[in-house]
Ligand binder design. Structure first.
Ligand code: ZN
Length: 334
């Protein structure tokens, strides 16, 4: 697809969104969610009070998220991950399973009270990064450095220049810094955090903690005590399991399960692959480790559709209205 084609598609979908919003506000197509059946697992990440695209595209504002919940409560059938796997679906309402990735402290702070208030179930996929002595994931650390760091970065004798989207790009190869780090193991990520840690004093700004702080073991336990909550694994270090040696991936699958089970004193059966990526070997190792609910984003292999342990998920879009998000949830595309 050429850039021009992509541009045209973008404009087309934007005008579709505007049109839908105008119709919605005029009360003209407010029934699109009624008498629909089907099901979808939705992925959320972080929730913050304001400025939700400050560091990345995976946060939503608290009031937007609450509006989603109100809509779900009113028109959808929200079910737990277990019920989703058991196919305990409603036949006259669209079935939604809410999931949260990455284990942000903001999930404990903002999402848990809302689940209790609206009496809606959700599943939280959490890493065991706290067990490694860190309170931040490497990708969030890099997001902060990319936003506040200098225009030019020198790392491992390579120069990286910030582009207009606040991403460091290699001067020599054109590869994005984040992609280079993502391909490495946790040792390289720790080295990167140690080397660049002095560039930005982000810990001083308490107001920004919502964007990166990880849940503590105590908070994970409190979350798990709610009858609306299911906890699942999301690796140890938020490594891309499809890019690291299979032995390292196996260790992460086993260790993260052990860590979470130690905290919540319940069996962990579900695992969401970080970035949604996996290989055949990673899936096999996940099953051996004892997971029987494996969550991807888009399946990588055709045989995944007939694998009863595997499910696809759909990520929320932080740039569109509640009405358009709900429409996308139904259709499964943006
Ligand atoms: Zn993740």
């Amino acid at each position: 697809m050429t850039l021009l084609h992509k541009g045209i598609l973008k404009i087309k979908s934007k005008s579709r969104y505007w049109q839908r919003d105008i119709f919605w506000n005029l009360g003209l197509n407010n029934n699109f969610h009624k008498n629909t059946n089907g099901s979808r697992i939705i992925i959320y990440h972080g929730i913050c009070q304001s400025d939700h695209t400050r560091f990345n595209n995976i946060f939503l504002k608290l009031k937007t998220f609450e509006a989603h919940l109100k809509f779900y409560k009113k028109y959808f059938n929200v079910i737990s991950l277990n019920d989703y796997y058991q196919q305990r679906f409603s036949n006259d309402r669209f079935n939604v399973c809410i999931t949260f990735d990455d284990g942000y402290a903001n999930n404990h702070k903002y999402v848990l009270p809302l689940l209790e208030q609206y009496q809606l179930p959700a599943t939280f996929f959490i890493t065991s990064i706290r067990d490694a002595g860190f309170d931040i994931l490497w990708n969030d650390f890099l997001g902060i450095i990319s936003r506040y760091g200098p225009g030019i970065l020198r790392y491992n004798n390579e120069l990286f220049k910030k582009n207009i989207w606040n991403k460091y790009v290699s001067e020599s190869t054109g590869i994005i810094f984040q992609e280079i780090i993502r391909s490495g193991g946790f040792n390289e990520k720790v080295k990167m955090m140690e080397q660049l840690g002095g560039l930005v004093n982000f810990r001083e700004n308490k107001l920004e903690q919502d964007y990166w702080l990880q849940m503590t073991a105590r908070q994970i336990n409190e979350l798990s005590l709610s009858k609306y909550v299911t906890i699942g694994g999301h690796s140890c270090y938020h490594n891309d399991l499809s890019r690291i040696p299979i032995g390292a991936a196996r260790t992460e699958l086993i260790q993260s399960k052990k860590y979470l089970e130690g905290i919540i004193q319940k069996e962990i059966k579900a695992f969401a692959f970080p970035y949604g990526t996996y290989t055949r070997e990673v899936v096999a190792e996940a099953k051996i480790a004892g997971y029987n609910q494996l969550l991807a984003v888009n399946f990588s292999f055709p045989e995944d559709f007939s694998d009863t342990t595997m499910r696809e998920r759909f990520t929320v879009n932080p740039f569109i209205s509640v009405n358009n998000q709900m429409y996308a949830n139904l259709t499964g595309r943006y």
